[in-house]
Write a protein of this length. Structure first.
Length: 227
């Protein structure tokens, strides 16, 4: 499987290089650190890479820009040169130091086919590359669990329609508030500091333009949260 790496950290790229050189069936075909670099290198690769490993949190928004550029498809004249089919877009696996909800969802919307953290083991990373190359989607275990919760009904409906001003994490905290949970229990369930939960609650109250937790709870339950 031909792999292209897009990451600004030289140490990480070196680690991937070492991993792929020692793994049967994998080939590292290039390393770049920017959107400009990946778009310049791709036309030189024939055949094209099976998977692009990319850090979506590159400095200055470069990672998201690269994902969107790759997802938009490559020029027909380039496809004719290296044999890729017209409109070909690469399969992309986000490998990031960040795994917060907003980062994951932003990368998914930009067009990645999977998202794992840099804490993943070597075997987890190799398997994730295989899954994405074969047309599947893969996520780190914690991310997969949270996604299952976020996009189940009525949670997803409430997030999209009732509270579009809230982030996914804020909506999750609001959902737990609507269940009657206190800050300590929410912090334990979400593996957050209690101070972080208090900050989320303050942000939620501000965005909902209410002054008290109970007002937010009432609105949340009316929208179907807290079930």
């Amino acid at each position: 499987m031909r792999v292209l790496v897009v990451d600004e950290q030289a140490l990480f790229r070196a680690g991937i290089r070492h991993l792929l050189v020692g793994a049967d069936g994998f080939e590292l075909v290039g390393e770049v650190e920017s959107t400009e670099g990946v778009m310049a290198l791709l036309p030189e690769l024939s055949p094209p890479p099976d998977v692009v490993l990319i850090e979506p949190r590159l400095e200055g928004g470069e990672g998201m820009a690269a994902i969107r550029a790759l997802r938009s498809g490559l020029a027909p004249e380039w496809s004719a040169v290296n044999g890729a089919r017209r409109g070909w877009t690469p399969r992309m696996l986000a490998v990031s130091v960040r795994d917060d909800d907003d980062s994951v969802v932003a990368a998914m919307r930009a067009g990645v086919n999977g998202y794992i953290t840099k804490r993943a083991s070597e075997q987890e990373l190799l398997r994730a590359i295989e899954i994405v190359a074969e047309g599947g989607a893969v996520f780190s275990a914690g991310i997969a669990r949270r996604l299952g919760e976020y996009f189940s009904e009525p949670y997803a409906m409430s997030y999209r329609s009732a509270f579009p001003q809230l982030t996914i994490r804020e909506t999750q905290v609001l959902d737990l508030l609507a269940r009657g949970w206190n800050n300590g229990r929410i912090a334990k369930d979400l593996v957050l500091a209690e101070k972080t939960v208090r900050n989320y609650v303050s942000q939620i109250l501000g965005k909902l333009d209410v002054h008290y937790r109970m007002e937010a709870v009432v609105r949340a339950r009316e929208a179907g949260l807290g079930v």
